[in-house]
Structures are given as C-alpha cells and as structure tokens.
Design a binder for this molecule. Structure first.
Ligand code: SAH
Length: 224
C-alpha cells in the first residue's frame, strides 16, 4: 500500500482545488497556503479514502478517529503562525498531516498520540516526505511532554472538557496554545497565552467539532 511516486501527479490538481477551498473559507495567509501545497495529504490517509483525500472535510483514519478538516488546520496555522525557532507540541498526532505542516514551519516539533498504530502510520508518512525534525510519542497528551518543555506553541487537535493544566504549565513565557474546549459534540476554539505569571484565555472561533481528547485530564479513556 501507499506505493507509487510520493508526489503522485494525479493529486496535484486536487491539491490546488483544496487550497482554493481553504481560501474561500477566508484563509488567505500565503505562507499557510504554500505549506498545504507542499504536503501530499493522501500519503497520510488510508488508501481506501484517497479519492477523498483533498476534500475540505474530516476524513476517517481508523480506530474511531478522523483527520481534521484541512481549513480548520489552516486556521490553526495562520492564527498561531509559528516561527522557525519556536518549539511546538502537538497533542493528537492522528494522521500526522498537521504534524507535517508544523514541521515545515518550525525546526522542532513534538507530537503525542494515544493510539500506537496511528503514531506508527504517521511516522511512516513523515518518513516518506523526508521529514526529520519531528519526535513522536505514544501516550496521554493531557499530561504534555515534560521532557521537552517549555513549548512556544501547543496545538491540541482533540476536544477537551477543560484546559489541562499540565499543558498550560508546559507553555513557555510568551507561549500560546489553541485548544477546542466544550462538550463531546461541539466546542469553541480557545487561545491560551502565557505572559509571565499571567494566563489569558480567549475564544477565537465557535462551533467547531473535534474527536474527544481521552486521558487523565480530559474525558475518561475507554468511557464512551
Ligand atoms: N491533526 C490530526 C487530528 C487527529 S484527531 C489529523 O488531522 O489527523 C485527534 C487525535 O487525537 C486522534 O488520533 C486521537 O487518537 C488523539 N487523542 C485523543 N486523546 C488523546 C490524548 N489524551 N493524547 C494523545 N492523543 C490523543
């Protein structure tokens, strides 16, 4: 599976269309759009869903999980606008597609996923792109990744009932985080910023829908 040239020309046209769809959603940050042009999204998805790989929609990736909607990931990127020297922590590697985009923006990306098989698949897809600046961990991201803290940017790709305090603790001074907070059905995107001892929380986008964050400081793992 996943054979053939990585940047399979069949998909170039679809990718251009996706970028147009993302622009139509109001994201016109050129850098962000360029990153989308550089990552072959289908290689991060199971082959069975390749025909839908460039739709602006969440796509099932197995294990009850979905790859997030591309325009929402574009929103994350353009909103956070990570700089090259900034250290990034991602919670919920999933397909690894956003991980790949983040690896283009910054030198050091750390990503935690609770489902081992997804992490393994993501690594394979990242390897396929020749990405070398990403460290992956299988575990509970609600406790962050202490070893590499503090992080300038934290990206949470799963919905949480509240903001896990470990993640706020692991933010650098001047650091920022985007996290969907709300019920399992619907959430608001919260921008958390740390300045010295000051923590601010602002809702920057309403009515988003992510798969649940399951772990010690979110929803109980294994509980429906
Ligand atoms: N950005 C990813 C999003 C995948 S969905 C993509 O586009 O593919 C969110 C992912 O978060 C799922 O893979 C899910 O297994 C994972 N997840 C849920 N709870 C988690 C936790 N506590 N720690 C780490 N990963 C978690």
């Amino acid at each position: 599976m996943g054979s053939g040239p990585l940047d399979d020309t069949r998909f170039v046209g679809y990718r251009r269309k996706l970028i147009e769809d993302i622009r139509a959603r109001g994201i016109d940050d050129l850098e962000t759009l360029q990153y989308f042009d550089m990552v072959p999204r289908h290689t991060f998805l199971p082959e069975g869903v390749w025909p839908r790989a460039y739709e602006d929609a969440p796509i099932p990736i197995g294990f009850g999980q979905t790859a997030s909607q591309p325009s929402l990931q574009a929103y994350y990127l353009s909103f956070l606008s990570p700089k090259r020297h900034e250290k990034i922590l991602e919670i919920g590697t999933g397909s690894g597609f956003l991980t790949a985009l983040l690896a283009l923006t910054s030198d050091r990306v750390y990503s935690v996923e609770r489902v081992r098989e997804l992490s393994v698949r993501a690594r394979r897809a990242l390897d396929g792109m020749g990405v070398k600046n990403v460290a992956l961990l299988v575990g509970d991201g609600t406790i962050g990744w202490r070893k590499y803290q503090p992080f300038d940017v934290i990206v949470v790709s799963a919905a949480s009932p509240s903001i896990p305090s470990a993640l706020v603790d692991q933010l650098a001074d001047g650091g920022r985080m985007l996290i969907p907070v709300g019920s399992k059905e619907s959430q608001e995107l919260v921008h958390v910023q740390k300045t010295g001892f000051l923590i601010s929380e602002d809702i920057v986008k309403g009515a988003v829908s992510f798969v649940p964050l399951l772990g010690r400081f979110a929803w109980a793992d294994g509980g429906g």
